[in-house]
Design a protein around this ligand. Structure first.
Ligand code: ATP
Ligand code: MG
Length: 147
């Protein structure tokens, strides 16, 4: 049924659950699996500063952002490994997350997009984040929103 699965990850626990579901489906369908994260434009945000403090990191902001991105993809890769997918594809894009996810899916013939219902945003009580909402509205293929 599904041949080319795209899972969008942003480092949130919701996205990790999405990675779990995407890996399970990729295993069951024998599909290709890609993890995509859309990283921020270079800007030293509070999030970056906190990450640097917690990890005792010194270095350029670009280096720190790259480390954060690597970590997001590593966590997703671990989920795939547990489902016997040793080498899922990983991609990093910058820009508007929803547009970048949909554009990538269309360009590469993705037939299923898997996302978390929420992400790193912290607006309490929100049931569906804006990226989830926009991707499922704009995408031409099937989308699964993992709760
Ligand atoms: N930058 C991103 N790169 C890749 N995937 C993303 C990105 N941001 C969100 N996602 C995907 O979308 C899902 C839902 O996140 P979303 O950003 O919509 O919710 P939120 O952060 O709670 O709300 P909002 O960002 O609207 O304040 C995530 O679990 C993840 O799968
Ligand atoms: Mg978000």
């Amino acid at each position: 049924m599904f041949k080319n699965i795209l899972c969008a990850v942003d480092g949130s626990k919701h996205a990790l659950r999405a990675a779990e579901v995407a890996s399970d489906l990729a295993e069951k369908y024998g599909a290709d699996l890609t993890f995509l994260t859309v990283s921020k434009e270079l800007k030293v945000t509070e999030e970056v500063k906190r990450f640097m403090q917690v990890e005792h990191l010194t270095g350029s902001p670009q280096y720190i952002l790259d480390e954060m991105t690597d970590r997001v993809l590593d966590e997703a890769r671990d989920k795939a490994k547990k489902h016997g997918i040793a080498k899922p594809k990983t991609e990093v894009k910058t820009g508007h997350p929803a547009r970048a996810i949909v554009a990538y899916a269309e360009r590469t013939g993705v037939d299923l997009i898997v996302l978390g219902s929420r992400g790193m945003g912290d607006i309490e009580g929100l049931l569906l984040g804006s990226v989830s909402h926009k991707v499922s509205s704009m995408a031409k293929c099937t989308c699964i929103t993992v709760k």
